[in-house]
Design a binder for this molecule. Sequence first.
Ligand code: PBG
Length: 347
Amino acid sequence: MIQEVKETCFLNFLLERRMIMDMTIRPRRLRGSEVLRKMVRETRMDKSSLIYPLFVREGENIREEIPSMPGQYRYTLDQLPYCLEELTEAGVGSVLLFGIPDVKDEVGSGAYAQDGIIQKALRLAKKEFPDLYYITDVCMCEYTSHGHCGVLCGHEVENDATLELLAKTALSHAQAGADMVAPSDMMDGHTRAIRSLLDANGYKGTPIMSYAVKYASSFYGPFRDAAGSAPSFGDRKSYQMDFHNKREGVKEALLDVEEGADLLIVKPSLAYQDMITRVAECTNIPVAAYSVSGEYSMVKAAAAKGWIDEEKIMCEMAVGAYRAGAQLYITYFAKELAACMDRGIIG
Ligand code: PBG
């Protein structure tokens, strides 16, 4: 009774002051139906902007699930076609390849070997699925015995000596059929070094998607399990960025544009959406957001506990990256997102 009186009083109070009648702008009008909500969406995306990271390993007849990334696998070459088939069926048009070699050494020679795992995978995949688009991760950490992204001098990662090996790696990928190369090492000058070696060898048309704004992040944990690429000592803070920094990300992005990058990656995605916006605003080339392994695994783990709705969270994370300014989205959820786009849940 008292509550009712109170509510009537409040309504009268609003009416007297014409606060209700004067409300000509009502944002809720545009949320009245699903059709209308879709009509006025500000963020549009489609399957052609999804990129799927894929792990290829040496060996035979193995498709092993990565323990820290349920639903993601390491494939031997004979198993690779099944995965590419699934992607094709889902309408995901491009992959980002990561190699897991059998043997690692001080200088990561598996990264640039003619018969390295990525080189072999490219030759096979290009032949069997020529319509897919193949991007390769160019880095040393999966191939070095110490797990760092470059060659060492004592305990230091030697920038300039590493550049030569990265360029060699990128060239060997292009020669094996890579459509695009994506250096993730965070060495200074990597884009220029790769661009000039590719050009000198007749690969002027091979685009470089540089991981320009890559933070030293614990979100890469599950990936390092997957690729066996955790550093055996120290960390990656002397080359990957300090996550307190924003303007430095702009510096890295502009530098890579100047060196000839055709596309840029901001990584991780979830906790770095401000950087996606900044990089999209300060450059005029496409920006890709990489939703990394830790983002995927957190969603999977919480969903397995029944704490969150996996599909809805996945969609919200993806749309967040696009809304922030990403034009491309690299994600382990690529197939599932493509299905959601088909069903009109997002898109
Ligand atoms: C290689 C590389 C890493 C990732 C992509 N390329 C690992 C790292 O920098 O330690 C992480 C991807 C992911 O976590 O999904 N340098």
